[in-house]
Design a protein around this ligand. Structure first.
Ligand code: PSU
Ligand code: MN
Length: 309
């Protein structure tokens, strides 16, 4: 790996030098996951939540041919304002976008990869990509799952959106050797709703247990990631029938319009916000905050214990 491609913000460079806990944050959620200006406000608030919990935020994107680890407010504003004009960048797009200096908002897969280059062990987001409903014919399976299989970063999310097939997503992760943890829950959270009909692999009740598992995986030479699922706080959880109705309608309209490939997830996210009159956006923002807090607590615990103890 050639360091010439990486650019750290001042804060992140300092955190690395002093061995402070760092939490990675993605940027597809900014450019493609939420409308402007909520996206920028949310991204900045996420960084503040991480700081308040004692860790240093590293929002990740590709800008001007560099893998940027830690962004300025102006850079976050650029990603938010430009929105979907910024390329959604997953693992396969990284080299091309760097080579051609195409600005990229990084998905979970690309963010995990770039975080791992910097030795960052914990990453907070809203939801991950997974196996889409109907994947048995479309083969639409997010690169996020393959990244979790090969990149040693713990990703804190609110489970997966019901735009995905949750059962198949769990099967895929099992095949690829990725442990799925439930934070203070036995059931897999379903993003807008705090649970689903599926069980997680392991329940954990304290951030320190997650930090312990990250360290033990490392010591055992297991190079896969860990999926930490953190339920949306009760007061923001949405009724399942409301959200499922919106999801079904959104999927029907998407199929009618022939939308496919990387446009699928952003289309569905936007449509669901529209169909729920913005209620899903408020829930989305709150669950991301909740994940940032937990990710920072895990990073603090991990740093406290050190890698080897
Ligand atoms: N799920 C969400 N919000 C998001 C995403 C997923 O609830 O913003 C974004 C993440 O960046 C994720 C990406 O990595 O979508 C997955 O896209 P795809 O399904 O095309 O792999
Ligand atoms: Mn896809």
């Amino acid at each position: 790996m050639n360091d010439k491609y990486i650019e750290y913000s001042k804060d992140v460079a300092r955190a690395r030098a002093y061995n402070l806990p760092i939490v990675a944050l993605e940027s597809t959620i900014i450019s493609h996951g939420m409308p402007y200006p909520d996206n920028v406000k949310t991204a900045l608030a996420c960084e503040q939540i991480v700081r308040d919990a004692g860790a240093v935020p590293a929002t990740i994107a590709i800008l001007n041919g560099k893998l940027k680890i830690g962004l300025s407010e102006a850079e976050i504003d650029h990603l938010g304002r430009q929105g979907t004009k910024i390329q959604k960048t997953s693992r396969r797009d990284i080299a091309y976008n760097v080579l051609h200096k195409i600005d990229g908002a990084t998905t979970v897969s690309a963010t995990m990869y770039i975080a791992s280059l910097a030795g960052i062990k914990v990453f907070a987001t809203g939801g991950i990509g997974g196996v889409h409903r109907g994947a048995e014919t479309t083969m639409d399976i997010s690169a996020d799952l393959e990244e979790l299989a090969q990149t040693p970063v713990a990703v804190v999310c609110a489970g997966a959106k019901a735009i995905l097939d949750l059962g198949l997503t769990l099967e895929y992760l099992e095949t690829r050797g990725v442990p799925v943890l439930g934070y203070q829950t036995d059931m897999l959270p379903a993003f807008y709703s705090k649970d689903s009909d599926f069980k997680v692999n392991f329940r954990v009740d304290h951030p320190s247990e997650i930090a312990d598992l990250i360290r033990t995986q490392k010591q055992l030479g297991l190079t896969s990631g860990i999926l930490v699922t953190n339920p949306i706080p009760d007061r923001y959880s949405m009724p399942k029938d409301v959200i499922n109705q919106a999801i079904d309608t959104a999927i029907q309209e998407m199929n009618a319009q022939g939308i496919a490939g990387k446009e699928t997830t952003p289309y569905l996210l936007g449509k669901i916000v529209e169909l729920t009159g913005g209620k899903s956006l408020a829930a989305n923002i709150q669950l991301v905050y909740n994940n940032c807090r937990l990710a920072a607590e895990i990073a603090v615990q991990y740093q406290r214990m050190g890698d080897e103890s």
